[in-house]
Design a protein around this ligand. Structure first.
Ligand SMILES: Cc1cc2nc3c(=O)[nH]c(=O)nc-3n(C[C@H](O)[C@H](O)[C@H](O)COP(=O)(O)OP(=O)(O)OC[C@H]3O[C@@H](n4cnc5c(N)ncnc54)[C@H](O)[C@@H]3O)c2cc1C
Length: 433
């Protein structure tokens, strides 16, 4: 066992771990970050959009130096059917003004940069090392971590080891991940010339686009698609509830292939070369499935703690990971002042999260997972209904025209949806989202 005792050992150099390390190192604490990847970010993936506000707190105007791809100024939500799509498009010049709102990022570069910032502030980063277990004293209190033959001591461990957190399980804070707690994400990064991307998405300079899809892209299974523009690449993928994909015979790898050949998607990616393919789990349970976030000598942050919001029109994990990493670090700094690393002392973490956007937003959207699970029509009937109604509205074949109301009522009937269903789903949706 190494005799050196760190103020804090952080497991995982994703956004949560590096934000915690940077905050602790700046406060002068001895910090060790242990990352199993050969580099920070080498094992990480995301859809690709970082909401800026949390990182702004520790690195003001980070976009001036960080390897961000494009700032998102254009949002599109699309219901997609086999033959068409219905979109809501929003572009705002307000997103072109500082402080910028959100950026597309590629994690291999971004995570490496953030980890280097922590290192420059004084944190020690050990890469290529996998933590296998928590180290406990004779009374069972957590006093460090075990990695292979090595044992490393710390006053507090921050588990920022991602969605499948081994340490949260070893600490007894969480059981095995169940299908209902997670979604499966797959992503391809497709290379295209910069100008081609800007022409296809009507962007200029550093502007970027974010698109989310629902419907045919998952063949009606609970989940959705995403597409983000980077400088010279496009990130395209799907996030599908693991339980739902498990029950179907459909393979997610086939779905992404089909998604790319959809008549409305193919022109956006045609001529591109796939330069990266990755798959990863996403916590999906929301507030109702959060584990305990701390115990004696241990805090859990980011995906390890299940801090992700998926509202269907927005996937947010990185800003929650960064903020929870900062809050975990602030808790450790306070605990060091008191020389008290007990559960009671570390409960400050829960307070910080409770008073922040993290718990407030999770509370606001706490019914979103159940709404999406129960309202399967969002993924099946409603996209087709919208397609049919707009097809009829815009199509002239010389047959007698119909007023909007009877036409819509006729389409509802054809799809076996009553006005009552529509109103009920609408009210539930407005309340949950
Ligand atoms: C398909 C998909 C799309 C997404 N889209 C978005 C999006 O657009 N915007 C957004 O904000 N969020 C998105 N998310 C969520 C977001 O990616 C995560 O919430 C975020 O990465 C969590 O950061 P983290 O630091 O908690 O965990 P991670 O980024 O997973 O980092 C955990 C780190 O711990 C390391 N590690 C794990 N176990 C060990 C061990 N035993 N020993 C040592 N190291 C270990 C890993 O190698 C990794 O580096 C998406 C996720 C997926 C999968």
């Amino acid at each position: 066992m190494s005799e050196e005792r760190f103020d804090c050992i952080i497991v995982g150099a994703g956004p949560a771990g590096s934000a915690a390390a940077l905050t602790l190192a700046r406060a002068g604490l001895e910090v060790l970050v242990i990352e199993r990847g050969l580099q920070a970010g080498s094992k990480n993936m995301t859809g690709g959009r970082l909401y800026a506000h949390a990182l702004q707190k520790i690195i003001p105007n980070f976009w001036e130096e960080a390897p961000v791809e494009r700032r998102v100024v254009k949002e599109t939500i699309t219901m997609i059917t086999p033959s068409g799509s219905v979109s809501l498009d929003y572009k705002s010049q307000r997103y072109n003004q500082e402080p910028y709102h959100s950026f597309t990022v590629l994690r291999a570069q971004f995570d490496q940069w953030l980890a280097t910032k922590a290192e420059e502030a004084g944190a020690v980063i050990a890469t290529g090392v996998r933590v296998d277990d928590l180290l406990r004293d004779d009374q069972g209190k957590i006093i460090g971590v075990i990695a292979g033959e090595d044992q490393m001591l710390a006053n507090v461990v921050i588990a920022a080891d991602g969605v499948n957190s081994l340490l949260a399980q070893k600490a007894g804070l969480r059981g095995e991940l169940k299908d209902i707690h997670v979604a499966t994400g797959v992503k391809e990064v497709i290379e295209l010339p910069r100008q081609v991307i800007e022409d296809r998405f009507q962007l200029t300079g550093e502007e970027g686009a974010a698109q989310l899809f629902v419907g045919r892209c998952t063949q009606g299974i609970q989940g959705g698609g995403f597409l983000y523009t980077n400088k010279n690449t496009i990130s395209i993928g799907l996030v599908i509830t693991s339980g739902a994909i498990g029950k179907s015979k459909i393979k997610i790898a086939d779905l992404i292939e089909e998604f790319k050949t959809h008549p409305n998607i193919a022109p956006l990616v045609t001529g591109g070369k796939v330069v990266e393919y990755s798959a990863h789990l996403v916590p999906e349970g929301g507030l109702n499935m959060l584990p305990a976030l701390y115990t004696d000598g241990l805090l859990i942050a980011g995906d390890a703690a299940g801090l992700v919001l998926n509202t269907g029109y927005m996937v947010r994990g990185m800003d929650l990971a960064i903020y929870s990493g900062i809050a975990a670090a602030q808790t450790v700094i306070k605990a060091k002042e008191k020389e008290d690393y007990s559960k009671t002392s570390l409960s400050h973490y829960q307070e910080l999260l409770k008073n922040s956007f993290v718990m407030k937003d999770l509370e606001t959207y706490k019914n979103a997972p159940a709404f999406m699970e129960q309202t399967t029509r969002i993924f099946t009937t409603y996209p087709q209904l919208a397609d049919n109604i707009l097809y009829k509205l815009f199509t002239v074949y010389g047959t007698p025209a119909q007023h909007l109301l009877p036409m819509v009522m006729g389409e509802l009937k054809k799809n076996n949806i009553s006005i009552f269903d529509l109103v009920k789903d609408g009210i539930k949706g407005v309340r949950a989202l």
